[in-house]
Design a protein around this ligand. Structure first.
Ligand code: PEP
Length: 252
């Protein structure tokens, strides 16, 4: 049994207006009232961040943004900085989600700046890594994970590595209904931890590694119980308060 507190974080992606987000949080809070020993996060769109921080204040639920820019300020239309998020009192930020990498050209080079910028502003980054189906089939899963972890965390000092949450998300399992088998999830998450250990054994023992990819109430307990899995990053099943609360329950 690890000493790491599990984290269940719900990535809403491009879903929920402020009114819908309010409805969700009012339904979630009583359901997770007694969720001791589990950290709970929701990752709403930017527009609902302030409302969710206000509504979740005093509860066990923390709020994370889904993206940020690496610069402190400047001519980057449409972007927000780490300091702007921190001012909203959000807990952290999801970085390097495969959808951002694929549809918005988020690169490892940018992530190498984003992760330390988030830490510097007091935010907890949830860094997403993972392989495509093709990469898995041709035996390149470890190569891909090694590349992403080494590049994206290159500028994070050793004594701050444990503050990063790493979400292993096989791209073929995101939003597809296909879930990694417990063996696949354990193997990949252990590999991610071993990569962190190459920089710092101490950080590797503390760093939280999440699994993400079609996690649902009926498969969550088995995945979260794996020795190197410290919770989940949940997409589709996080949109419904009952399903999300059931996944939180599975992590207790
Ligand atoms: C995600 O978007 O991070 C994710 C894991 O999505 P889903 O749970 O829907 O596969």
């Amino acid at each position: 049994m690890s000493q790491r507190t599990p984290l269940i974080a719900g990535n809403w992606k491009l879903n929920k207006t402020i009114a819908e987000a309010e409805e969700f949080i009012q339904a979630l809070l009583p359901r997770v009232f007694a969720a001791d020993g589990v950290d709970i996060g929701i990752c709403p769109p930017f527009t609902s961040l302030q409302a969710m921080v206000d509504s979740a204040r005093g509860s066990a639920v923390r709020v994370y943004a889904q993206n940020m820019h690496q610069a402190e300020s400047g001519a980057y239309t449409g972007e927000v900085s780490a300091a702007m998020l921190s001012e909203l009192e959000v807990q952290g930020v999801v970085l390097g989600h495969s959808e951002r990498r694929e549809y918005f050209g988020e690169t490892d080079k940018a992530l190498a700046l984003k992760v330390p910028a988030a830490l510097e502003a007091g935010l907890e980054p949830i860094l997403c890594v993972g392989e495509t189906e093709e990469e898995r089939e041709r035996g390149d899963t470890e190569r891909k994970l090694r590349h992403q972890i080494q590049e994206d965390l290159a500028k994070v000092p050793e004594d701050q590595l444990a503050q990063v949450v790493i979400a292993y998300e096989p791209i073929w399992a995101i939003g597809t209904g296909l879930t990694a088998t417990p063996e696949q999830a354990q193997e990949a998450c252990a590999f991610v931890r071993a990569l962190v250990a190459q920089r710092s054994e101490e950080a590797a023992a503390q760093v939280r590694v999440l699994y993400g990819g079609s996690m649902k109430p009926d498969n969550a307990a088995e995945l979260i119980a794996l020795p190197d899995v410290d919770g989940g990053l949940v997409g589709g099943a996080s949109l419904d308060p009952e399903s999300f609360a059931a996944i939180v329950e599975a992590a207790k």
